[in-house]
Write a new protein. Structure first.
Length: 961
């Protein structure tokens, strides 16, 4: 398309050749971009900008001491794993938690993309990529990525079609958020080189704006009500300029790259974004490479790598590059100085050492006071701080600068163009660690109001045991797990060894061995009731932070043992097992939760193990069957299951969720998995899952969209309604449907299974009955049943539609099926179906045309009245009628019915053996004449209800041989 357009354009007015990268100017002429840039003498300016960007990006400024340049970016830069598109995980989880549990991501699932190619159109994509949104958790390396991209460009290596890369971090733009600017002056504020450029000159340049750190934005981007600005010289507020640039009103040819943490990314409407990428941190080999690049000494780096690998939680955390850095700082310090003692093995150890390493660099006499103040800052919940924030917390700015000398790397001083410093923690985990230190500090120093304020309404905390227990309980209630790390650190800090490292920062310690034992016991026995099982796993992590490995060892023994199903597992065992299965390298082929001997809560806590099937794990059977317990599977639990279904390749072939309660939102999540193109599920069991009508509709649509694998579907015990029946029929009608078995061990069988004969052999060779009692069906369903059976009638031998609102119209529609010569129905149950005499009339007429199969008919509890029975007797009296059992309980019958029945029996005496008329007014009926027939050897009739007192009737009649 582009080529034809270009062909129509005149040649370049400057080089008079075919246009390359054409741009037009206000005079209406067309030029190659390079030609016009050269002729307007802006090339020099752009080169100058490129050179200064190169200088800015060459070195890493991780130690924010401005006088000292960090190592070259190229030396330490390790490729990050970037993918196009998002993994479909809930983004509500705490970021650290996300990082950890998702560490076993399937690297094949999304397409990896190279940093330099972030704006390149892939072969199978159309159109151009104008706005890219890159997300990633805090510390994952987004800013490094931007820096590397800019450096590659500035060095003339990549993306040379871009005239100028203009990085504008939200941190810096926050500082001028109240000022009015045009886009031109905004650029000039940050890049004085551009002072000399005009609006017209700017518009012929191909610009790339990089807005780094949307999560740190204090601008309010309003894409709905923002005024339209299309002139680069028009003044407006910064947020309006940004929204216009992103929407393409302003400089439509400019590229825009926004980076953000996941939670803040939704500020940009998806319609504005042409590509979403995600930075996923380091893969295992990238982690090692990162350490090797950092240390010149092969020996040191190998030692560090093997130490990290030995501690699973540390190794996992190293997926976040910043944690690699923290680890490197700590271990480097310990290995190169005369540090005695153990290397850190837990997160708390690592952060304690990190804090110590930082504070030792420059001792300051006010150190402790400052740290306390800073800890107050951590409580504020911000992730970035400006001078005024610090002042609000009682910190003198001059002292902060000294402080930032004390703890330089904890607080990173951002030095942009502005003299105004910005402070932030290098990583959220550092903030959480300091918050934990602060909490213990306040407790030890009797700053009870801080503790009580935190726990809200909880007073009289009498011991450390109680404090930890109360905070743990509070954290378990969180949906997002935002306190998980904080709580882990708190428990880790109760260790004597960490008190030693941190010295008087934690205050007077209370941790005698008795206290320690009680804390551990509390954790092991903590009840979480129906909290998310993911939260319960954090209890296990707390034990690990306290270096209590007993549970860990017990589970390892359990996994090795032969008779697993006999060993009793406690709740904490289950959480540990779930975590270990989730992280296990072992192939887990089946998971039957009901095979573990544990309590109700224990079984519940095992659910996260499902996540094991992420990555290449071969989980083929997943059974979350809860026996007699009704557990509600949350959306997050279903997310785990859905993930197993969506993975590529997905090995899960059997999913049993019988007996769990599934709310609509949970079913919706599950359906996303069923729809997945890699889903190969063959068996789906959803017995008694309390599926709502909406859920059932969602479920069937999901099955319809991916019909070719499922062969067995169990849906009984759910409140199936008309729309459900219709939907399911639609699914069965689909030509790709491979369903063979649609079943129930109980009663609620579905009718549509007869549709294309797909199901009949398998299902009907087992059970030949259709029981749809109490399914809230109406005449609509009846009609559908009729046509369904009609298309393949010979396999239904029993049909019980009792207690549905079929009404006469429903029965009328069913009659098509009954009349069908192929119909072999033996039992028909229509009790309590709101029928009148009309039903009897149509039934009788239908049955007359195909009389020889029906042996049992139940029409009880319908208002048939005598007239109805009279119609029915027209059929019953025929010698070819083979009905043996007839139930007409509570049908508002009187003597006239009895008369009609007697007369019918007289003409067809040898079939009917049982007749039930109970529940009709005994005074109005004349049962005696029927009882007389029982007594007579000429009649097969053996039982008539109600019995008349003193009747001599034979109760047992031996069959004639
Ligand atoms: Zn040209």
């Amino acid at each position: 398309m582009k080529t034809t357009e270009e062909e129509k354009l005149p040649p370049c007015s400057l080089c008079e050749d075919v246009l390359k990268d054409p741009v037009s100017t206000s005079c209406g002429q067309w030029f190659c971009r390079q030609c016009i840039i050269s002729s307007w003498n802006i090339k020099e300016l752009l080169d100058e900008h490129q050179t200064s960007e190169r200088r800015r990006c060459e070195n890493v400024t991780e130690r924010s001491d401005e006088t000292q340049r960090g190592p070259p970016l190229k030396k330490i830069y390790t490729e990050l794993y970037i993918t196009e598109g998002l993994r479909e995980e809930v983004q509500t989880q705490h970021e650290i938690w996300q990082m950890e549990t998702i560490s076993k991501i399937n690297y094949l699932q999304n397409l990896p993309i190279k940093c330099q190619e972030i704006f390149k159109v892939l072969t199978d994509q159309h159109g151009s990529i104008r706005v890219v949104l890159t997300i990633g958790v805090a510390g994952v390396g987004k800013t490094f990525l931007v820096q590397k991209f800019t450096l590659d460009w500035a060095e003339g290596l990549e993306n040379q079609d871009i005239s100028a890369v203009i990085p504008l971090s939200f941190r810096e733009m926050n500082l001028i958020r109240d000022e009015q600017h045009s886009l031109l002056t905004l650029i000039q504020v940050f890049y004085p080189t551009f002072q000399k450029i005009t609006a017209e000159q700017l518009s012929v340049c191909k610009l790339l704006f990089i807005f780094d750190g949307l999560d740190e934005s204090r601008l309010s981007l309003d894409f709905n009500r923002s005024q339209v600005v299309s002139d680069v010289t028009q003044k407006s507020s910064i947020n309006v300029l940004l929204t216009n640039l992103i929407q393409g009103h302003l400089l439509p040819s400019a590229l825009v790259w926004i980076t953000s943490r996941p939670a803040a990314a939704n500020q940009i409407p998806p319609s504005c974004v042409s590509r979403v990428t995600e930075v996923r941190g380091f893969t295992d080999s990238q982690k090692e490479e990162c350490f090797r690049r950092r240390f010149n000494d092969e020996d040191v780096s190998s030692k560090i790598i093997s130490h990290i690998k030995a501690s699973k939680s540390l190794f996992l955390m190293c997926e976040v590059p910043i944690f690699c850095w923290i680890t490197a700082v700590v271990l480097e310090h310990m290995m190169t100085t005369e540090q005695k003692g153990e290397l850190p093995t837990t997160m708390t150890d690592m952060y304690s050492h990190f804090l110590m390493v930082q504070t030792k660099r420059k001792k300051h006499k006010y150190q402790q006071e400052h740290e306390e103040n800073l800890q107050e800052l951590t409580e504020k919940g911000n992730i970035m701080f400006y001078q005024e924030d610090l002042e609000q917390c009682g910190l003198d700015v001059r002292e902060v600068s000294m402080y930032s000398g004390v703890c330089t790397e904890i607080f990173k001083r951002e030095c942009g163009i502005f003299p105004k410093p910005v402070y932030c923690f290098v990583h959220l985990s550092v903030q959480e660690f300091l918050a934990a230190v602060y909490m213990i500090h306040c407790y030890s120093n009797k700053k009870i109001e801080v503790v009580e304020n935190f726990l809200k309404n909880q007073t009289n905390i009498s011991s450390l045991v109680e404090l930890l227990s109360k905070i743990m309980k509070k954290s378990l209630q969180s949906q997002t797990g935002h306190m998980d790390l904080f709580v882990r650190f708190l428990h880790g800090l109760s260790l004597k060894s960490n008190h030693r490292i941190l010295g008087n920062l934690l205050g007077r310690s209370e941790n005698n061995s008795e206290t320690f034992k009680r804390i551990i016991n509390n954790l092991k026995e903590m009840k979480t009731n129906d909290m998310s099982p993911d939260r319960s796993i954090n209890i296990f992590h707390c034990l690990v932070e306290m270096k209590d490995l007993s549970v860990h060892q017990e589970i390892q023994e359990f996994l090795k043992s032969e008779n697993r199903s006999e060993k009793e597992l406690s709740e904490i065992h289950c959480s540990a097992l779930a975590y270990m299965l989730q992280m296990s390298e072992e192939v887990l082929e089946e998971l039957y939760l009901d095979q573990y001997k544990t309590s109700r809560e224990g079984r519940w806590r095992l659910i996260p193990a499902v996540r094991n099937c992420r990555s290449q794990r071969k989980l083929t059977i997943l059974c979350l069957y809860f026996c007699n317990y009704s557990y509600e599977l949350s959306e997050i639990d279903c997310e785990a299951v859905a993930f197993a279904l969506k993975s590529n390749p997905s090995h899960l072939t059997e999913l049993d969720l019988n007996g769990t309660i599934l709310q609509d939102s949970a079913v919706k999540t599950l359906c996303a998995g069923l729809k997945g193109q890699h889903c190969k599920l063959e068996t789906l069991r959803l017995r008694s899952c309390s599926l709502s009508e909406k859920s059932f509709t969602d479920l069937v649509s999901a099955l319809k969209s991916n019909p070719s694998h499922l062969t067995e579907l169990v849906l009984d015990g759910n409140n199936l309604q008309d729309s459900g029946v219709l939907h399911l029929c639609g699914f069965l009608e689909s030509p790709d449907c491979r369903l063979q078995t649609l079943r129930s061990d109980k009663f609620y069988l579905l009718p549509c299974c007869f549709y294309f004969g797909k199901l009949r052999n398998i299902y009907f060779s087992r059970e030949q009955s259709i029981l749809l009692r109490y399914c809230r069906m109406s005449d609509v369903s009846g009609g559908h049943l009729g046509s369904t059976f009609g298309s393949n009638p010979s396999h239904v031998t029993e049909l019980n539609l009792g207690a549905n609102n079929l009404e006469d119209s429903g029965v009328k529609q069913l009659c098509g099926f009954l009349k069908n010569p192929g119909c072999r129905l033996k039992t028909l149950g229509l009790e309590k179906c709101c029928l009148s005499r009309i039903s009897c009339e149509v039934l009788a007429s239908a049955l007359k045309s195909n009389p020889s199969h029906l042996t049992e008919l139940d029409l009880s509890e319908n208002k048939l009245q005598d007239l109805g029975v009279k119609h029915l007797c027209g059929f019953l009296g025929r010698p070819d009628c083979k009905v043996q059992t007839l139930r007409l309980k509570k049908c508002s019958l009187t003597k006239a019915s009895c008369d009609a029945l007697v007369s019918a029996l007289k003409s067809n005496p040898s079939h009917l053996t049982e007749l039930d008329l109970s529940g009709n007014d005994p005074n109005g009926l004349d049962v005696q004449q029927l009882q007389d027939l029982v007594a007579s050897p000429d009649y097969k009739l053996s039982t008539v209800r109600p019995e008349v007192m003193g009747s001599p009737g034979r109760q047992v009649k031996l069959p004639c041989v």
